[in-house]
Unconditional design. Structure first.
Lengths: 358, 436
C-alpha cells in the first residue's frame, strides 16, 4: 500500500534510468543519509562509534570493492588483505612525506596506487579463471605481506616494523592519531563511504558495470557481442583495488592508528571480506553493507550479551561466539543462498503487493 | 534557625555516608586475557596467576587498603583488534579502569598513544615497546623489571661467559628465531649492535604467525650450524621450535629462549629432548612461597580459583602473580601519595612512578627472594633491567635458575632507547618532560 510505484509516471529516459527510480526508495535513502549524518554521531557513544561503527564502515568499503570484482565481474579474489596493506602502506608513506596535501587527497592517492598494484596482479585473470585465479590472487596476498615485512623502506626503518599514523587535520579538526575524537573519525569515514557507495551503484548500472556482468555471466558470449575482456577484467581489478586500497588506508590511518603487516593484513582479512560479500549478497551494493554489518556486529553483540548481560566467563563466551557465528553463517546460506540483499529484495516485492497479495 | 539546624543535621548525616562510600571504593582492573586461540597455552597460566593474586588480596585483606578490587576480564585471543575493542569496552567501567596489562606487544603498541589521552597507565611488564623505558617521552607506560633489549644483551653476556670471555665471541655464529611481528623484531637492533661490537655473526630467521610450521627454519639451522640459537617466540611457536631443535639434535644448552619462551607448556611436549634448554627469567619458579600457600588457602579452598590447583607455581603462573603484585603495590603507593583509597588512573600512574618494592617488602608480601628489587623513577621506567637464566631439567620436570642476575649492557641499549624514543617523540609531536 505504502510501497508501490503505481501512479509514478516517467516522461523521459533520464527519469526512467534514475539511480532510484521509485519515489519511496529515494525517501528511504534520504532518511538513511539523514540518520547517518545527523543522528548516529550524536546518539551513539564513543565505544560504539570507535569499536563497532568505524570497523563496520571500513569493512563495508572493502566489501564493496571486492563485490565489484567478485560479485559484478565474477573474478574470485583472495588478495583483499594484501591490497588493503598496499593502501595502508601507501597512505603511511604519503602522510609522512607530503602531509600538506591533505587527508582526503591522500586517501584517494593511496587508492590509486593500490589500483595500479591490483591491475598488475589482475593480469593473470586474462588467462586463468575460477579457482585457479583465486590461487593466483592468494599468491599476491602472501607476496605483498612478505614484501612489507622484508623491505624496511616501507615502515621508514622502524625497529619493530610497525607503522604508526601521524596526527593529521581536516579543516582544523584532528582526524587521525590518538587525540582524534571518534565523532571526527566517523564523519570522515562515513563521508568517503557514502560518496563511493553512490559511485559504485552508478558504475554498476552503467556501461562499465554491464560489461563486467556480461563477463561474469559468460565470458565467451560477452566477447562475441563485443565486450573486450582485457578492458573489462582489468578495469574491474583496478576499480576494486581502488576501493580496497581506500578501505586499507582508512583501516590503518583512522581506525587502528598503528599496524604491523602480518597481523593486521593477514589471509584472514581476505577471507573475512569474502565471507562478507557471500553472506551479504554477490553483486549488490546493499549486500556489501549488510554482510559487513553481520560479520562485524554479530561477534561483538554476542560477546556483549553473554559477558555483560549474563555474566558468562569470557573464555567460554569466546568459544560460544565462534560456534554461533559459524552456525549463523551456515543457516543464512541454507535459508538464503543469495545473501541478505536477496532477502531485502523479496521483502520489497512482497511490500508491493501488500495488503492484497494474489 | 530551623533551616540552619536542618542543614547541619543533613551535613552531619552526610559525613558518615561519604566516608562509607570512600571505604567501599572499588578498584576496576580490566584483564585482557587470552584463553582461546593459538596463544592460549601461554595466556591461560598468566591470566590465572594475575587474577588469583588479586583475588587473594580481596579474600584475605578485603582488597587494597580496604578498597575491593573489581576484576573485569575480557577475551582478546592475542588479537590486536579484539584487544582494542576490549580496551574501549572496559576503560569506562566502574569508576574507570586504573591500569592495563595487555600481555601482547601488538596491543601495547595500540594502547601507548591512547594511554596519554585517556589518562590510564599501561604496565607492559617485560614486553611491549622497549623505548618506553624512557619515562620522559612515555610518562604513561611502564615496562619494568627489564626490557627485551636488556635481555638480549644479557644473553650475549651469558654466551660470552660460556665461551670463555667476550673476546671469544668473535667469529661465532648466533641465530635468532623470532615471531615475525613487532614482538619478535624487538631485539634485532640490539643484537645487530652487539654483533658489530663483539664481532659475532647474526642470523635472522623469522617464523610467521602462529608458528606451527618451522621445518624450513630448522633445516636452515642444521645446514648453517650456528653456535648458539636465541628465540623470541610465543604460544605454539615455542613448543614447535623446541621439538624441532630436539629432532635435529641441536645442543639444548646452546638454545636460549626469551622469558616468554620458557614455561612448562613449551618444554613438556619435547619430553627428554628438551633437557638443558635455557630461557630468560626475572623471578623464581615453583610454589614454595608463603603467598602461594595463601592463594591455596584463601582462594582455592573457597572455590574462587581461576585455574587448576596443581598448576600453581608454573613459570607463567608466577609471571602473572608477580605482575599482579607490582600492580597492587603501585595502587597502594598511589593511595599513600594521594591520601585516599579512591584512586584513578592519574594517581595510579604516580604510584607506578614512585614504586619501590625491595627485598623487605617482598618478604612482607610472602614472596621472599621471589624476584629482584624494583625501584622506578620519573625518567627510568625500566627499573633494574637485570635478567637471569633458567634451565629446564627434563628428569625432574622443573625449571631452575642457573645464573646470577646479569646487568644489561647499557652502553648498547642506552643510545638505542634514546634514539627510538626521540623518533617516537618527533613523529607524534611529544615534548619530552623534564625529570628532576
Amino acid at each position: 500500500m505504502i510501497y508501490r510505484e503505481t501512479g509514478q509516471f516517467k516522461a523521459d529516459y533520464a527519469a526512467d534510468q534514475a539511480l532510484f527510480p521509485i519515489k519511496q526508495d529515494r525517501y528511504v535513502i534520504l532518511a538513511v543519509l539523514f540518520i547517518t549524518f545527523a543522528v548516529v554521531p550524536f546518539w551513539l557513544n564513543q565505544y560504539w562509534l570507535n569499536a563497532i561503527v568505524l570497523p563496520f564502515l571500513i569493512y563495508a568499503l572493502a566489501a564493496l570493492g571486492l563485490n565489484i570484482l567478485t560479485g559484478y565481474c565474477g573474478q574470485l579474489s583472495l588478495g583483499t588483505g594484501g591490497f588493503m596493506a598496499v593502501g595502508a602502506y601507501s597512505i603511511y608513506k604519503l602522510m609522512v612525506a607530503i602531509p600538506e596535501v591533505g587527508f582526503i587527497p591522500l586517501v584517494l592517492l593511496s587508492g590509486l596506487i593500490t589500483a595500479a598494484v591490483g591491475t598488475l596482479f589482475g593480469l593473470p585473470s586474462l588467462r586463468i579463471k575460477g579457482f585457479y585465479l583465486a590461487v593466483a590472487t592468494l599468491a599476491s596476498q602472501f607476496f605483498l605481506i612478505w614484501m612489507f615485512n622484508k623491505v624496511e623502506w616501507f615502515n621508514n626503518y622502524n625497529a619493530t616494523g610497525m607503522i604508526t599514523s601521524p596526527p593529521m587535520e581536516f579543516f582544523g579538526v584532528i582526524i587521525t592519531g590518538p587525540s582524534a575524537t571518534p565523532t571526527a573519525k566517523y564523519f570522515i569515514v562515513v563521508s568517503i563511504v557514502a560518496v563511493f557507495a553512490l559511485v559504485a551503484k552508478n558504475l554498476a548500472r552503467g556501461r562499465i558495470g554491464r560489461n563486467w556482468m556480461a563477463i561474469r555471466d559468460m565470458d565467451i558470449a560477452a566477447e562475441l557481442i563485443g565486450v573486450r575482456p582485457l578492458i573489462a577484467k582489468l578495469s574491474a581489478f583496478a576499480v576494486s583495488s581502488f576501493y580496497i586500497g581506500m578501505a586499507g588506508a582508512l583501516y590503518f590511518a583512522v581506525w587502528l592508528g598503528s599496524a604491523e603487516p602480518t597481523e593486521a593484513f593477514d589471509i584472514n582479512q581476505s577471507f573475512l571480506v569474502l565471507f562478507m560479500i557471500i553472506i551479504g549478497g554477490l553483486g549488490s551494493v546493499l549486500g556489501s553493507f549488510l554482510g559487513a554489518g553481520f560479520l562485524v556486529l554479530m561477534p561483538i553483540l554476542l560477546k556483549n550479551i553473554m559477558v555483560d548481560g549474563f555474566g558468562t566467563d569470557s573464555a567460554l563466551a569466546a568459544h560460544i561466539e565462534i560456534m554461533t557465528v559459524g552456525v549463523l553463517i551456515i543457516m543464512f546460506l541454507i535459508v538464503e543462498p543469495h545473501g541478505l540483499a536477496r532477502l531485502w529484495r523479496i521483502a520489497k516485492e512482497k511490500l508491493r503487493l501488500w495488503p492484497f497479495p494474489y | 534557625m530551623k533551616l540552619i539546624s536542618k542543614t547541619i543535621t543533613a551535613a552531619l548525616l552526610a559525613v558518615p555516608l561519604l566516608s562509607g562510600a570512600a571505604s567501599a571504593a572499588t578498584l576496576t582492573i580490566p584483564t585482557l586475557d587470552y584463553r582461546t586461540g593459538p596463544y592460549a597455552p601461554n595466556g591461560i597460566p598468566f591470566a590465572n596467576g594475575f587474577s588469583d593474586y588479586l583475588t587473594l588480596l580481596n579474600e584475605r585483606d578485603g582488597g587494597i587498603n580496604g578498597a575491593k578490587i573489581n576484576l573485569t576480564p575480557c577475551e582478546t585471543a592475542y588479537n590486536t583488534k579484539r584487544g582494542v575493542e576490549c580496551y574501549e569496552n572496559t576503560k569506562g567501567q566502574g569508576s574507570g579502569a586504573l591500569v592495563y596489562q595487555p600481555l601482547s606487544t601488538g596491543i601495547t603498541y595500540q594502547l601507548i598513544p591512547k594511554s596519554s589521552v585517556d589518562k590510564i597507565p599501561i604496565f607492559s611488564m617485560g614486553y611491549g615497546r622497549t623505548s618506553a623505558a624512557n619515562g620522559k617521552v612515555f610518562p604513561w607506560v611502564f615496562n619494568f623489571p627489564a626490557t627485551y633489549w636488556s635481555q638480549a644483551t644479557v644473553f650475549v653476556q651469558y654466551i660470552g661467559d660460556k665461551e670463555g670471555g667476550m673476546a671469544n665471541l668473535k667469529g661465532k655464529k648466533i641465530a635468532l628465531v623470532y615471531h615475525n611481528s613487532a614482538y619478535g623484531k624487538e631485539p634485532i637492533r640490539t643484537l645487530e649492535s652487539a654483533a658489530a661490537k663483539y664481532g659475532f655473526e647474526l642470523m635472522l630467521l623469522p617464523v610467521d604467525h602462529p608458528g606451527q610450521e618451522q621445518k624450513a627454519t630448522w633445516l636452515q639451522i642444521r645446514k648453517e650450524r650456528p653456535d648458539w640459537v636465541m628465540m623470541w617466540g610465543w604460544g605454539v611457536m615455542n613448543q614447535v621450535a623446541i621439538k624441532e631443535a630436539a629432532s635435529i639434535r641441536f645442543p639444548m644448552d646452546h638454545f636460549i629462549g626469551v622469558w616468554w619462551s620458557g614455561s612448562e607448556n613449551d618444554v613438556l611436549p619435547a619430553g627428554d629432548g628438551a633437557h638443558g634448554y635455557l630461557s630468560g627469567a626475572f623471578h623464581q619458579p615453583g610454589d614454595n612461597f608463603p603467598a602461594h600457600d595463601d592463594i591455596k588457602k584463601y582462594v582455592y579452598d573457597n572455590g574462587k580459583g581461576h585455574g587448576e590447583r596443581e598448576r600453581i607455581g608454573e613459570v607463567l603462573y608466577n609471571r602473572g602473580l608477580v605482575a599482579a603484585m607490582w600492580t597492587s603495590e603501585a595502587i597502594r603507593k598511589a593511595m599513600e601519595i594521594h591520601g585516599t583509597n579512591e584512586v584513578n588512573g592519574v594517581m595510579v600512574r604516580d604510584g607506578f612512578e614512585a614504586l619501590d618494592v625491595d627485598e623487605k617488602r617482598l618478604t612482607e608480601l610472602g614472596l621472599p627472594g621471589f624476584t629482584i628489587p624494583v625501584k622506578i623513577s620519573c625518567d627510568n621506567h625500566e627499573g633494574p633491567g637485570k635478567v637471569a637464566l633458567q634451565q629446564w631439567d627434563a628428569k625432574a620436570k622443573k625449571w631452575n635458575l642457573v645464573s646470577d642476575f646479569y646487568e644489561p649492557l647499557r652502553d648498547i641499549t642506552g643510545p638505542l632507547i634514546a634514539e627510538d624514543s626521540a623518533q617516537y617523540a618527533a613523529e607524534n609531536n611529544v615534548v619530552p618532560r623534564i625529570c628532576n
